[in-house]
Design a binder for this molecule. Structure first.
Ligand SMILES: Cc1cc2nc3c(=O)[nH]c(=O)nc-3n(C[C@H](O)[C@H](O)[C@H](O)COP(=O)(O)OP(=O)(O)OC[C@H]3O[C@@H](n4cnc5c(N)ncnc54)[C@H](O)[C@@H]3O)c2cc1C
Length: 234
């Protein structure tokens, strides 16, 4: 298991200094992927990655031979709004999670507020588009802030009345930040990125997916290069 000597920076995908992704640890490298694939015919080796290895990674990705990519692990520490996390947990295979509990701890006043509000996409019912100048950003921000103030105030009031944390949290909004460790294997990470760094995905989720990729790419450079080439039609 490798913990980088120089810790990679924490990334702040939402630009508010709260929502964050950090690399905690990783296991394996591109060579492990080719060795896992070559064990079929006893062809593993300890030599540095060469052209044949890179060609094999390309072949595995193109032909969806996924299992050799499952022996590498990447653990992230993630702070994201609950509405992002709720999409994240839909990824059931090859993704492990442990999350801070609001039964054990009191919620902190950490609320995601979009820096810019977006509009509903005209042609895709679940997508969003940038404001074309017709959205009253200040009014939207004021409504958001007031909703948060009311909700967080009600949470505090319930706690003061003696209501248990596990019930009081029920009044908190989806914009509340939550913190988890997430561990992916490389196969599940690439699957996640294909679905979540995609035009059809939620804007904030795309930003998180890109942060995951930015931290993982230097650890598996050939895999990411070939995967990107494949996904750009190359
Ligand atoms: C843009 C977008 C919009 C979405 N909108 C909605 C929505 O409106 N409502 C909603 O509920 N979800 C929605 N989702 C979630 C989506 O349906 C998936 O649950 C999520 O993307 C996880 O994908 P997955 O199942 O492939 O991943 P994983 O759960 O990690 O599974 C990985 C792969 O394992 C296989 N697999 C996993 N479980 C099974 C199984 N039970 N049976 C057979 N094969 C299995 C499949 O091949 C699957 O692709 C959306 C996702 C995206 C990206």
């Amino acid at each position: 298991m490798t913990t980088p000597a120089t810790l990679p920076p924490t990334l702040y995908p939402l630009g508010d200094g709260i929502g964050s992704v950090s690399l905690v640890q990783h296991v394996g490298d591109d060579k492990m992927i080719v060795n896992a694939a070559r064990t079929s015919f006893g062809g593993e080796n300890d030599f540095p990655l060469d052209d044949r290895d890179e060609k094999l990674i390309r072949y595995l990705l193109r032909h969806q031979h996924g299992s050799p990519f499952e022996h590498n692990l990447i653990t992230y520490h993630v702070t994201c709004p609950i509405f992002v996390d709720r999409q994240w947990v839909r990824h059931r295979v090859g993704v492990s999670k442990n999350e801070r509990s609001l039964r054990y701890t009191e919620a902190e006043e950490q609320n995601y507020t979009p820096r810019e509000f977006r509009k509903q996409a005209p042609s895709n019912r679940q997508a969003s588009v940038e404001d074309d100048g017709t959205l009253d950003q200040a009014a939207a921000a004021a409504v958001w802030a007031e909703a948060w103030r009311q909700a967080f105030g009600a949470y505090g009031e319930l706690l003061r009345l003696g209501v248990t944390r596990e019930q009081a949290r029920g009044v908190l909004p989806l914009s509340l930040y939550t913190t988890s460790y997430y561990t992916f294997n490389v196969r599940s990470l690439l699957h996640f990125l294909a679905l979540r760094d995609h035009a059809g995905a939620q804007h904030e989720m795309i930003l998180y997916a890109r942060a995951l990729a930015e931290l993982a790419e230097p650890l598996f450079p050939v895999t990411f290069r070939e995967w990107r080439a494949l996904h750009s039609g190359g």
